[in-house]
Design a binder for this molecule. Structure first.
Ligand SMILES: NC(=O)c1ccc[n+]([C@@H]2O[C@H](COP(=O)([O-])OP(=O)(O)OC[C@H]3O[C@@H](n4cnc5c(N)ncnc54)[C@H](OP(=O)(O)O)[C@@H]3O)[C@@H](O)[C@H]2O)c1
Length: 320
């Protein structure tokens, strides 16, 4: 009887979930549309810019350093022949961001990607560094979205538009050494879940991308200062190339996925942390419902392993 119910469960779930998943599936075209990427002069943002330009999008980039922006513009011109608009601005400064966004013109796909990460135990980290991460990663994202949203709503083509936020796997699970960074990235989830409800009537679709460690200039700087325990706990999962993350991110944006994982581990994390987040795909919804319990067990094993590492590390550290 139990086995029969387990076999029948997916068949009963399919029609139910097909009927109830919200928001409805959507496709967001990229070709000939205006893609505006913050933090687009380096790493994941730059790789996304290359990909969007090669798919025929009109691309604009915003970052602080004009020199890096000019180098990015030239590299995209050489690889795809596209002319990119660049804006030197700090996301921290709302007025400057607003001017850049209005000079760039109505945006169809907004990728809020800028981010800074300085790992350190909270006890050792200065509050200035904590504030810096919250200001750039979280408040900066509010500034960019707040500046772009009115113009996005007024777009004339009425095709589906997108706001994509680049979070991090540290925005799905807290890891030793990332108290400030994780807080800033967990904050993006609340922003994204509430914002999706506010903008769905305007045919604007929110995506939240969760990259793992990714080989970028920012990541190189970060690994130099990682606390030892962060290296042990976070280092167990491998890293991805920026181009591969950009591909996953752009595919996820184009399919309107709310949660966009980038690798196998990311898919497991997405199912384990699905909670009350929106889900457009009824097939993904079936997988979430069926595997939620099993993945909670896997998550508990991960926690067991992490806490075991921490318990062993402290006495060893005292001895040295
Ligand atoms: N690399 C990873 O392992 C990894 C993993 C998970 C998530 N992420 C997330 O992915 C995003 C991109 O990371 P990345 O590794 O590609 O970083 P990156 O190579 O350091 O690039 C960061 C970009 O953001 C810009 N930026 C930084 N602060 C800014 C500010 N205040 N105002 C405007 N632009 C600013 C930088 O240009 P300027 O310095 O010239 O301003 C640069 O273009 C971040 O949100 C990060 O948290 C990265």
């Amino acid at each position: 009887m139990v086995i029969l119910s387990l076999i029948l469960l997916p068949f009963l779930l399919l029609p139910l979930l097909y009927f109830i998943v919200r928001p409805r599936p959507v496709n967001i075209p990229i070709k000939n549309r205006h893609v505006f990427i913050t933090g687009g002069s380096s790493g994941i943002g730059l790789a996304l810019a290359h990909r969007a330009a090669s798919q025929g999008a009109r691309v604009s980039l915003l970052a602080r350093s004009l020199k890096k922006l000019e180098e990015a513009k030239e590299s995209i011109r050489l690889s795809s022949g596209s002319d990119v608009s660049i804006f030197a601005a700090d996301v921290h400064d709302y007025d400057v961001v607003q001017k850049a966004v209005s000079d760039a013109g109505p945006i169809d796909v907004l990728v809020v990607n800028q981010g800074v990460f300085v790992p350190q135990e909270l006890e050792k980290q200065g509050l200035d560094e904590v504030k810096f991460m919250l200001d750039v990663n979280l408040m900066g994202s509010f500034n960019v979205i707040k500046a772009a949203l009115p113009l996005m709503k007024q777009r004339t083509d009425r095709l589906p538009a997108s706001i994509a936020l680049i979070s991090s796997q540290a925005g799905q699970v807290g890891i030793y050494g990332y108290t400030a960074y994780s807080a800033s990235k967990f904050g993006l989830r609340g922003l994204a879940e509430a914002l999706q409800q506010e903008v769905v009537a305007d045919n604007i679709h929110v995506s939240l991308v969760f990259p793992p460690d990714t080989e970028t200039p920012g990541f190189e700087r970060e690994t130099e200062v990682r606390p030892e325990l962060t290296k042990i706990l976070a280092g167990s999962s491998g890293s991805m190339k920026a181009g591969d993350v950009a591909k996953k991110a752009l595919d996820g944006i184009q399919s309107g996925s709310f949660i966009v994982p980038c690798n196998f581990e990311g898919h497991m994390l997405a199912i384990a942390t699905a909670g009350l987040s929106p889900q457009r795909s009824f097939l993904m919804a079936v997988i979430e419902v069926i595997f939620a319990g099993v993945l909670r067990l896997v998550a508990l094993f991960f926690q067991w392993n992490w806490y075991r590492c921490i318990e062993h590390w402290h006495p060893r550290k005292k001895d040295t």
